[in-house]
Design a protein around this ligand. Structure first.
Ligand SMILES: Nc1ncnc2c1ncn2[C@@H]1O[C@H](COP(=O)(O)OP(=O)(O)OP(=O)(O)O)[C@@H](O)[C@H]1O
Ligand SMILES: [Mg+2]
Length: 364
């Protein structure tokens, strides 16, 4: 978040995350041994957490932290990847752009090296490694944080279809962590399927750690909602414990939705805001599942259980390839979250659970 002195009726809150920040701090206190994957449902706060962590680290000396947010860079072909990872020194732009949410920190190269890389005479992985090596020699610990790494999926090195960039990058990250212990590598993604591919790659299974960043706990939500002025700078209204409980019951710890409720609450009473959300979610599920019996069958199983394993779905009268396609579609559309470490599916959040439940009730 960019800090400034602008006055608003409501500000962006940041609640707790002590446990997560301590975990990350511990991770970089141990000599690099594995890649760390942060996963978690859509909008569970992964990027925000990483920015916070980055801000903490910035104050520390003897660290060289690079933060690449690939969602914000257009990565389509190999040259885009080079542009998002490398930066030619002295090419006009400031080397670090803290005032914007763009990438913070690149591998710095000279224009000669850039030319060599583009002409395929220099290997970008060697360039990264030599920067890590140089930092280590100076007593500086390199930390590379990459958000939304799946943006690089489907990119090929030098556009050669046999050389998948992600695979090459992972091999490189394994070499940098598990094998030569030169740098810490932290990767975040909300694409459970992408991480699953990573997880199932036998080479990575033993060389990566997974850490889940989830929505806020009930305790955190209550603390936030009962202290709106402290956390969100809201002076216009306060919420009763009963209202806070109702909000938790509707959207759980989903911060993005809580923010939305707080915005709406300026104009409407809490129960009206929550009724609208539930109805919106029901409508969204109805629209998603219309004309598709297969989707409804899967959602019915989801409605009946907290979490669903693929084995629970195999009993449905749906061919396996079609079932896989349906699940993929639900994950891609952020209706279900797929937890790659447990191999289970569940609704992205409490409001989705409401949407599914109310949709089936409306059919009765
Ligand atoms: N600790 C927190 N307290 C309050 N609000 C938070 C917190 N962390 C994140 N948020 C808010 O939740 C929303 C989603 O956060 P963020 O974009 O970091 O999630 P994400 O997991 O990276 O999402 P995506 O899955 O899209 O990558 C943002 O509006 C952010 O301001
Ligand atoms: Mg994110």
């Amino acid at each position: 978040m960019i800090k400034n002195n602008l006055e608003f009726r409501k500000d962006v809150a940041f609640i707790n995350r002590q446990r997560e920040l301590s975990y990350l701090a511990e991770y970089i206190n141990i000599r690099p041994e594995s890649i760390l994957f942060l996963h978690g449902p859509k909008s569970s706060g992964k990027t925000t957490l990483l920015y916070r962590f980055f801000q903490q680290l910035e104050k520390e000396q003897h660290l060289d932290v690079k933060f690449l947010n690939l969602r914000e860079t257009f990565t389509n072909v190999y040259e885009d990847f080079l542009k998002s990872f490398f930066h030619v020194e002295g090419k006009g732009e400031k080397k670090e752009k803290l005032t914007s949410d763009i990438n913070i920190g690149f591998f710095k190269i000279s224009s000669t090296v850039e030319k060599q890389i583009l002409e395929k005479r220099a290997d970008p992985f060697k360039v990264m490694k030599s920067e890590f090596l140089a930092a280590n020699k100076k007593g500086i610990k390199p930390i590379l944080i990459i958000d939304e790494l799946q943006a690089l999926d489907r990119i090929y090195i030098n556009n050669d279809k046999d050389r998948h960039l992600i695979i090459a990058l992972f091999n490189f990250f394994v070499a940098m962590t598990k094998e030569s212990h030169l740098a810490h590598i932290i990767i975040a993604s909300s694409d459970g399927y992408f991480l699953d591919t990573v997880y199932n790659d036998s080479k990575l299974k033993k060389s990566s750690s997974f850490y889940k960043v989830d929505y806020l706990s009930k305790e955190d939500v209550m603390e936030w909602l009962l202290n709106l002025e402290k956390y969100s700078k809201i002076k216009d209204y306060t919420l009763t414990r009963g209202e806070a409980e109702m909000i938790w019951d509707t959207v759980g710890g989903s911060m993005w939705e809580i923010q939305d409720i707080l915005n709406e609450r300026f104009n409407k009473p809490t129960d009206a805001v929550l009724a609208l959300i539930k109805d919106k979610m029901r409508g969204m599920i109805a629209h998603y599942a219309e004309f598709d019996e297969g989707k409804r069958q899967v959602l019915r199983v989801i409605d009946e259980k907290e979490t669903v394993r693929s084995i629970d779905l195999e009993k449905l009268p749906i061919e396996i390839p079609r079932l896989k396609e349906l699940l993929r579609d639900m994950v891609r559309n952020n209706i279900l979250y797929f937890d790659p470490t447990q191999a289970v599916y569940y609704p992205q959040g409490r409001s989705y659970r409401w949407g599914i439940q109310l949709f089936f009730e409306s059919l009765l």
